[in-house]
Design a protein around this ligand. Structure first.
Ligand SMILES: [Zn+2]
Ligand SMILES: [Zn+2]
Length: 277
């Protein structure tokens, strides 16, 4: 049972009142919303377009693409898919309006104290994930959600850990329990590194906490999957802890992922480590 905490109650009450008196605005263009939600009808239509964008390699949508990034191994595949993503993250400055929109939404999920963007992404990802699990014959009750924790620097800078926040929200929308299973050791943020450096850094960056992952199926939530190095390192760690299946889910994957997969010959040594192959 949770103990009564007056400070927590007061802050919840304050945010509730604030929500009543402020007018909800579109998280992308700032237009006042007439109905409940996070996006205006125009931005929502663009988001739906972005979800239909095709992979340059297999010409499927991000939610259906089964191209495996070069540096991704030790994760499981479900229905031949190495991961589940909502969208392909567009290149910055590509000039395409959908790319700008998806980048804005992902960016706000990462940094904004306004939780609307995270709510939106979590709800979208929750519904896609549930549908995917049911179709694959997986029972959501057999799964749990965890995440690679952010660096301490990053959490201090923005005041929260975006992957933890996403994991919690997705858990709320899906009913799948979440757990904090890993600790972050390193200080280096992945985005500043090349793909080989990412792999080496990710291998050193996480340790397993004392938590029961034995025999569990784990959905590993990361906001953006770039090379797959982070999710691979975490999956390996969770397996060492006795986890059964580890399957990565993310809001976005980069198209660079698909491009590097194309160049990988099937005899590439890293593919040999893939578990379900
Ligand atoms: Zn809008
Ligand atoms: Zn593909």
């Amino acid at each position: 049972m949770q103990r009564f905490d007056p400070a927590l109650l007061a802050s919840r009450l304050a945010s509730f009142v604030l929500r009543l008196v402020t007018v909800p605005k579109c998280i992308v263009c700032g237009e006042t919303l007439e109905k409940e939600g996070e996006l205006c009808p125009d931005c929502l239509a663009l988001w739906k377009n972005a979800r239909e964008a095709r992979c340059p390699r297999c010409h499927k949508t991000a939610a259906a693409c089964s191209c495996t990034p070069l540096s991704m191994f030790s994760t499981d595949t479900i229905r031949h898919r190495p991961m589940l993503s909502l969208i392909f993250l567009g290149k910055p400055g590509s000039g395409k309006i959908e790319d700008k929109l998806t980048r804005t939404i992902v960016y706000k999920t990462k940094r904004s104290e306004n939780r609307a963007a995270a709510n939106f992404c979590a709800r979208e990802l929750a519904s896609v994930t549930l549908r995917f699990l049911y179709r694959a014959g997986e029972k959501p009750a057999d799964w749990m959600i965890t995440y690679p924790p952010g660096t301490r620097q990053r959490i201090r800078k923005y005041g929260f850990d975006q992957s933890r926040q996403l994991a919690k929200k997705i858990s709320r929308y899906t009913g799948i329990p979440w757990m904090s299973c890993m600790r972050r050791k390193g200080r280096t943020m992945q985005k500043t590194l090349s793909s080989m450096e990412r792999r080496i850094n990710a291998e050193r960056a996480y340790t397993l906490r004392d938590c029961p992952v034995q025999g569990k199926n784990i959905l590993l939530i990361d906001d953006v999957i770039t090379t797959g190095a982070t999710v691979s390192a975490c999956a390996r760690l969770l397996r060492q802890g006795g986890a059964n299946k580890v399957f990565p889910i993310s809001i976005a994957r980069t198209k660079r992922v698909a491009a590097s997969a194309r160049r990988a010959p099937s005899s590439h040594p890293w593919f040999a480590y893939r578990v379900n192959k």
